[in-house]
Design a protein around this ligand. Structure first.
Ligand code: C2E
Ligand code: CA
Ligand code: CA
Ligand code: CA
Length: 278
């Protein structure tokens, strides 16, 4: 028995070391990712429960020459702790706004775009000013841009964050609380925040048909959000059954593989042409 424990401790240490080494490799490879053109954006459609196109979420991709494909939730935290997030965040903003402008010009129509903003980006001095300036430079409408802020960020320092978000709101942008349900925000906190949209985390959608309490939870989140006059988006929706029940609960928008995976801007043009409301 004690040998087993010893072995598992070794395994654990190996895993830790592996993770650490991997982080060092990621940190180094990431330093040249922008200049080597290894980063790009993909766009996942958000649709109404009926399947009509509404807008997109911009998601970052990294195809590394040395490490292969590295998923964003693996390298963004490394970017943050190694001081690379200002540069990568700037890439995300610039590339997304440029791509979106191009797609909108091609289609001669506007649509909503959600951009994920990390903790550290929001804290950067002058971030809001630069961000809003970039929207103007690209000739896009402020009201078409939504910032997605992960719920866990709000708990860190709400008094500090509210005025930062308010600056975006004052300029007509919308704010979405991402990964909602994973961060244990209290209702009183939720009410104080300048939030337009709640995004229900995929982990809740996944188990909607596994246990009844999860389904109730989703229904309650939607009701609470509606009472606070927020729009509700469900992420990670993969089946028609999930769509049906979310629709019955009053969910406003759906994002997930059931309708579309994240795609490059060229494919997005085609997707919108095929799913636009006539
Ligand atoms: P997130 O913001 O919660 O993004 C949703 C994730 O769910 C995306 O993964 C998306 O591809 C995935 N997804 C959407 N629908 C489905 C579905 O039906 N099934 C499954 N299995 N997955 C689905 P992705 O692109 O790998 O991103 C993971 C996380 O990395 C994001 O979670 C976000 O936290 C972070 N991230 C991605 N791009 C950016 C970015 O540009 N900036 C920042 N700060 N974070 C980003
Ligand atoms: Ca998001
Ligand atoms: Ca997120
Ligand atoms: Ca999520």
């Amino acid at each position: 028995e004690s040998k087993k424990i010893k072995n598992s401790i070794h395994l654990f240490e190996d895993k830790m070391e592996e993770g650490y080494l991997q982080n060092v490799k990621i940190e180094q490879a990431l330093r040249s990712a922008i200049s080597d053109d290894e980063l790009f954006m993909v766009y996942q459609p958000q649709v109404t429960p009926e399947g009509d196109f509404y807008g997109v979420e911009a998601l970052l991709r990294w195809q590394s020459a040395t490490l292969g494909f590295v998923p964003p939730d693996r390298f963004i935290s490394v970017a943050e702790t190694s001081g690379q997030m200002p540069a990568i965040g700037n890439f995300i903003t610039q590339q997304t706004l440029k791509d979106v402008k191009e797609v909108q010009s091609t289609l001669n129509r506007s649509f909503h775009t959600s951009i994920n903003i990390s903790v550290r980006q929001l804290m950067e001095v002058g971030f809001a000013e630069r961000f809003i300036q970039s929207i103007q430079t690209n000739n896009l409408d402020n009201a078409s841009i939504t910032l997605e802020i992960t719920e866990s960020l709000f708990i860190e320092d709400i008094d500090h964050i509210v005025p930062l978000l308010q600056e975006f709101k004052d300029h007509g942008l919308e704010i979405s609380m991402d990964d909602f349900g994973t961060g244990y925000s209290s209702l009183s906190v939720l009410r104080r925040l300048p939030i337009d949209e709640l995004k229900i985390d995929k982990s809740f959608i996944d188990v909607m048909f596994v246990d009844e309490s999860s389904q109730k939870m989703v229904q309650n989140i939607i009701m609470i959000g509606k009472n606070l006059e927020m729009d509700i988006v469900a992420e990670g929706v993969e089946t028609q059954e999930q769509v049906n029940i979310l629709k019955a609960f009053g969910c406003d928008r759906i994002q997930g593989y059931h309708f579309a995976k994240p795609m490059r801007k060229e494919a997005l043009v085609q997707y919108i042409e095929e799913h636009d409301i006539v």
